[in-house]
Design a protein around this ligand. Structure first.
Ligand code: ADP
Ligand code: F6P
Length: 320
């Protein structure tokens, strides 16, 4: 392939810029041309496409968000949207597309591939919920942001002898809650992938109080229920001086960690390597620290992401 394009789609994630930079620079290094598509699939359908040169991706490796912008554009799930998108790509003479995004964005890449246009997916989402990779771009930064918040909340929880329910993003996945919870010494981690018993949660808080423990931190994944609802259900078992803190979109922003920048650089460069060889219809991942490329159709249709539930057991064993 001689001319490729790149877009970022769905929820932005820290490190997306590092991936855009890597795709652009590696393609230019290989003598290829790169086009940037603004606003994800919305910009693709609208033809919001521009050529990217070396300086266009300078000074972005350290920035959160995405310099190509992003969008939620449900219309791309329709045949009409996809055909219009392919028409635009052909109009610009583009032969392959790199899609950086989460699960939904991957479905867009899958649709293009099924229609005969080669797309390569790079996992970029704070949720870490993409099959075919151990880690997604943005996850490491997100858990470190949550961790910083947990440490701060711990200070005030201790001072006031309070229970805090800290609600974190993750859509239907509990990875952010699990990792940040273990790192932050949470008393309990509540995730969609594991049952919990509110009576036991209350008992644990009570036992801690009886031992003289001042703070209690519960990390709640948004996919289970809102923090306010959790607090209401906990109240049935007693007054634990509970406060709810919803971290929300704060966790999506900020400068990417070194780990996210390196992962993004590796993924971006590898995506170009594959397209240069004329290989599309793939999604990139890192499994056991090895770069892998798997069939995007097979991965999305047959594999499901599972969080590392050993972290759940670990927390149960060491946090009380
Ligand atoms: P994320 O990629 O972070 O999971 P979304 O679920 O919002 O975020 O998906 C991003 C975009 O991908 C959607 O706005 C839409 O344009 C496209 N998309 C999502 N699902 C599909 C689908 N089934 N077919 C085609 N495109 C899709
Ligand atoms: O997929 C990333 C994510 O931040 C999820 O964790 C969250 O549920 C969702 O996006 C929020 O979406 P929006 O930014 O559209 O409110």
């Amino acid at each position: 392939m001689k001319r490729i394009a790149i877009l970022t789609s769905g929820g932005d994630a820290p490190g997306m810029n590092a991936a855009v930079r890597a795709v652009t620079r590696r393609a230019i290094y290989e003598g290829m041309e790169v086009y940037g598509i603004n606003y994800g699939y919305a910009g693709l359908v609208a033809g919001d496409i521009r050529k990217l040169d070396v300086p266009d991706v300078g000074d972005i490796i350290q920035k959160g968000g995405t310099c190509l912008y992003s969008a939620r554009y449900p219309e791309f799930a329709t045949e009409e949207g996809q055909l219009k998108g392919i028409e635009q790509l052909k109009k610009f003479g583009i032969e392959g597309l790199v899609v950086i995004g989460g699960d939904g964005s991957y479905h867009g890449a899958l649709a293009l591939t099924k229609r005969g246009f080669p797309a390569v997916g790079i996992p970029g989402t704070i949720d870490n919920d993409i099959p075919g990779t151990d880690y997604t771009i943005g996850f490491d930064t997100a858990i470190n942001t949550v961790l910083d918040a947990i440490d701060r909340i711990r200070d005030t929880a201790t001072s006031h002898v309070r229970t805090f329910i800290i609600e974190v993003m993750g859509r239907d996945a509990g990875d952010i809650a699990l990792w940040a919870g273990v790192a932050g010494g949470a008393d309990d981690i509540i995730i969609p992938e594991h049952d919990f018993d509110m009576a036991q949660v209350a008992e644990k808080i009570r036992a801690g109080r009886d031992r003289g423990k001042k703070h209690c931190l519960i990390i709640l994944a948004e996919g289970v229920m809102p923090g306010s609802e959790f607090a209401k259900q906990l109240e049935v078992y007693g007054d634990f001086h509970a406060r709810v803190s919803v971290l929300g979109h704060i966790v999506r922003g900020g400068s990417p960690t070194a780990r996210d920048r390196v992962l993004a650089s590796k993924f971006g460069s590898y995506a170009v390597e594959l397209l240069k060889e004329g290989r599309g219809g793939l999604c990139i991942g890192s499994l056991n620290n090895q770069l892998v490329a798997a069939d995007i159709v097979e991965t999305l249709e047959q594999k499901k992401h599972q969080p590392d539930l050993s972290l759940y057991d670990l927390n149960h064993q060491i946090s009380f």
